[in-house]
Design a protein around this ligand. Sequence first.
Ligand code: DI6
Ligand code: FE
Length: 402
Amino acid sequence: MRQPNALLVNCRAATMAGPHPYGLIEEAAVALTPDGILWAGPEAAIPAATAAFPRHDLGGRLVTPALIDCHTHLVHGGDRAGEFEMRLKGASYEEIARAGGGIVSTVRATRTASEEELIAAALPRLDALIAEGVSTVEIKSGYGLDVETELTMLRAARRLAALRPVEIVTSFLGAHAVPAEYKGRADAYIDEVCLPALKAAHDEGLVDAVDGFCEGIAFTPAQIERVFGAAKALGLPVKLHAEQLSNLGGAALAARSGALSADHLEYLDEAGVAAMKKAGTVAVILPGAFYTLRETQSPPIGLFRTYGVPMAVASDLNPGSSPLNSLLLTMNMACTLFRMTPEEALAGVTHNAALALGLGDRGKIAPGLRADLAVWDVTHPAELAYRIGFNPLHQRIIGGWL
Ligand code: DI6
Ligand code: FE
């Protein structure tokens, strides 16, 4: 059945497009058709062609583009509460990782889980995001680190999209960590596992983009470059976890490779920012990991502004460095920890998140875009980032379905 035409009326629309802050339209109306958003503007200027559409009174509420979480590790086995306790007693994230904990411990739990079990564990996490008005979620592999489990994670991610009204975008993250059986042999891991897994996952249609972790505890720029070369040969876009714990020049490498995004970026320098600007690479800001690891160096938000690098904001939802299952709280953290404005935070989870995923069809309320909207019980859009631990979602509209 095709979704019917509809006219949303009696609302305020934070379109994230146009000249005003938040692209705000007071006393707004939004016309939806089966093909997406047809028109958005003041109620007083409803076009004749849409005036007869069935009307839905939103009771004066705020409507925004539906939210997009552009960086998650939502599919994984187990949890790391024990490691949380260790960190509280003084162990660092890197120490735990080097001692065989960290990412590698989630790898053990993920390898022993079936596809069904991974899906069952992921659903409550996905539901919590959806309950906050999220319509599109990126999910990475990277806790399998063997060919079969990397494929299982991606199959689980794909299947989630059939179980819930949400769009899932996958990233292959075979270059996330070196598994125990390849300790000290990262290059062999890339050749024998990561690249074959990427090829197999791509052949099965499981990969939308290729990611990596460029870091002292993970992979060198040269190793990442090899993975990116394989991605390019398969025609897949790339992105990178870069400059999270140190500066290895990962963001510049990502930019040189035409990456969609570089993510984390706490240790990024000005040359890296300039390289990202030149390449049109989006900066994905992940305050959940900064908060969890009690990092003290903030990403260069001021330089991103100066250079005009678009900033997305995402949860980085993962069991280790960011067990943060709320995009609204993520927005608050981006503001409170990094002094981003509430408008930047909302742009970060709407159109800049769409840019980070290479999706030009969503993230704003504008003609021709998908009718993925969120309706909120708030007066002003800044309230979305302002409250801590409160969810004012009234309704999600996905693909125009009310
Ligand atoms: N950086 C992160 O913050 C996550 N992955 C990455 O490359 C951490 C994942 C984890 O600790 O399990
Ligand atoms: Fe991550």
